[in-house]
Design a binder for this molecule. Structure first.
Ligand SMILES: Nc1ncnc2c1ncn2[C@@H]1O[C@H](COP(=O)(O)OP(=O)(O)OP(=O)(O)O)[C@@H](O)[C@H]1O
Ligand SMILES: [Mg+2]
Length: 516
């Protein structure tokens, strides 16, 4: 069984058919779009397309024409396979939702025999289903493909046809220029064709005219549809790199990598940024940075909730993962944020307890990370090395693995300054150097905590915040670095050989000018 996620789906199917692959299994929610694509391929190859479903039987597919309303024929799975065997024409046979019938061993056998026989004919079987679900015995007979979500070109084509339609029905109902058009297309990326059609239609109905303002409507519609999928969510752009103190080396890296998104970069020979793994001490800004990256690069931020991928309510975990990744590709360029990746997947021996589900889901993610074509930058965070599967750390999965350590004294000054400013205090009024000295081994989260606590103290005494309040709050904190000293030392030792410092240029352990 070959499994490929393809950008150039048309070309792949075309090639497989020409190479006389006799049975192709396409995973998609978009039956109509698939039928239209197959119709175009069949036409190009001088073949016919027939579509079967248990309800309407076997029918010749004719684009933009209503199906004839004659009595349905060859409805049962047995009959349709027999009928395909009998036919002599060169044709593609699209069988919709055929997979449940494979449960019946006689049908599975009949199907395999037919698939084998068709190899020497010009007939091809194509099964479409929303999930990849068939008996192991058929793995060798089926080539599985994913139909990716529509490309910008397909969405543009759809929008154009909607505009023509609108224009025809009432004059002046379309008031968009080329840029608005692109913005609308962009807003719809990540949706299926029919979802996009609905979103565009909704936008057009709103105030009876399609304008640049409707980009928001389409964008909102998309957010809701994606939220319904359960595992992915658009994260609002609420954080910038200016909110992150320290981590200079990581910031510099991001500035440089960000340029690789530019179209010229590809021309220049740069690969697209793949992703980064931020590993490190709790509360030091991993999640914070992950959230800031998208905003910094001006692309949408998608949060993948790994916990929810495993929710059986949503369907099979593997399928959920694949769907989430397909949506992310549809929305690309984008940042895909996977927080605490070790908790969701991997985990030493986890796979043994859940029948291998978590390792399969993880495999799906790893394969995708290796093969994806669309510019989706994966920003993963982790703080437990024991649970990190070694495959994840292998070269090539991420562009870089950064170690986020406790902030040094200069970074602590910066972090204090950020959190004071956020709470309407001028950092210049505080002796940050001394305060940084008093907060050795504090994490960013602990520094923030001190700022908040000291504000409470000052407010209680009905005066403004002073250095002493901060010093007092700091004296009351026992940092995690002290309570979990062993864990942190172990983490550091581990990271030394395998990661790059987020603070200092060069490999970990060879700190240039260590501060703090
Ligand atoms: N470098 C930093 N600069 C500014 N604020 C920080 C920094 N590090 C942590 N903080 C503050 O602490 C909060 C928690 O940090 P964050 O969630 O990014 O930690 P984390 O590294 O993801 O920790 P965990 O491993 O526990 O998930 C942030 O929302 C921020 O307010
Ligand atoms: Mg975190």
């Amino acid at each position: 069984m070959t499994r490929v996620a393809v950008q150039d789906f048309d070309r792949q199917v075309d090639l497989l058919i020409r190479a006389r692959y006799s049975a192709i299994y396409v995973v998609t929610f978009e039956e109509d779009r698939l039928a239209d694509m197959l119709y175009a391929i069949a036409k190009k190859q001088g073949k016919k397309l027939y579509v079967w479903s248990s309800h309407s039987g076997l029918l010749r597919y004719q684009k933009d024409k209503r199906q004839s309303e004659s009595e349905p024929q060859h409805c049962s799975p047995k009959e349709v396979l027999k009928e395909i065997h009998r036919r002599h024409d060169s044709a593609l046979f699209l069988l919709r939702d055929f997979n449940p019938y494979f449960e019946d061993p006689t049908i599975a056998r009949q199907f395999r025999d037919l698939a084998s026989e068709l190899k020497s004919t010009y007939k091809t079987l194509i099964i479409s289903a929303a999930t990849m679900d068939f008996p192991v015995a058929l793995e060798k007979d089926l080539t599985v493909l994913d139909l990716p979500l529509p490309t910008a070109a397909e969405l543009r084509e759809l929008l154009r046809s909607i505009c023509v339609e609108l224009d025809r029905s009432s004059q002046d109902s379309v008031r968009i220029n080329k840029n608005d058009m692109e913005a609308l297309v962009r807003a719809a990326q990540g949706l299926t064709l029919s979802e996009a059609e609905n979103a565009f239609a909704k936008a057009a109905v709103h105030e009876g005219v399609l304008t640049s303002k409707d980009v928001d409507i389409v964008q909102n519609e998309k957010q809701q549809i994606i939220r319904k999928s359960g595992m992915l969510e658009f994260h609002p752009p609420d954080t910038t790199l200016a909110d992150v103190g320290g981590l200079d080396s990581l910031k510099r890296w991001l500035a440089r990598r960000g340029k690789a998104w530019h179209p010229d970069a590809h021309q220049f020979g740069l690969p697209e940024p793949k992703g980064m793994l931020l590993l490190g001490v709790p509360g030091c800004g991993k999640s914070l940075t992950a959230r800031a990256v998208a905003q910094y690069w001006g692309v949408p931020l998608l949060h993948l909730d790994l916990g929810r991928v495993f929710t059986s309510m949503l369907g099979s975990s593997e399928e959920n993962m694949r769907r989430a990744l397909a949506i992310a590709e549809g929305i690309a360029p984008a940042v895909l944020w996977i927080d605490e990746i070790e908790k969701g997947i991997g985990g030493s021996g986890k796979g043994e307890h859940d029948g291998g589900t978590s390792s399969r889901v993880f495999g799906t993610l790893l394969t995708w990370m290796q093969e994806r074509k669309a510019p989706v930058f994966v920003c993963a965070t982790a703080n437990r090395i024991d649970d990190l599967p070694p495959e994840l750390l292998r070269r090539g999965r991420f562009d870089e693995i950064f170690f986020v350590d406790l902030p040094d004294s200069r970074s602590r000054e910066e972090i204090l300054s950020i959190h004071l400013s956020k709470r309407k205090r001028n950092p210049k009024n505080f002796n940050l150097t001394d305060l940084a000295e008093l907060s050795q081994n504090f994490s960013g989260a602990e520094l923030e905590h001190c700022v908040v606590e000291s504000l409470f103290a000052a407010f209680e005494e009905e005066r403004d915040l002073e250095d002493t309040d901060l010093a007092q709050a700091m004296a009351e904190v026992t940092p995690l670095a002290v309570t979990s000293a062993e864990d942190i030392t172990r983490l550091r030792n581990w990271a030394q050989k395998r990661t790059r410092s987020a603070d200092y240029p060069g490999p970990l352990g060879k700190k240039e000018n260590p501060r703090g």
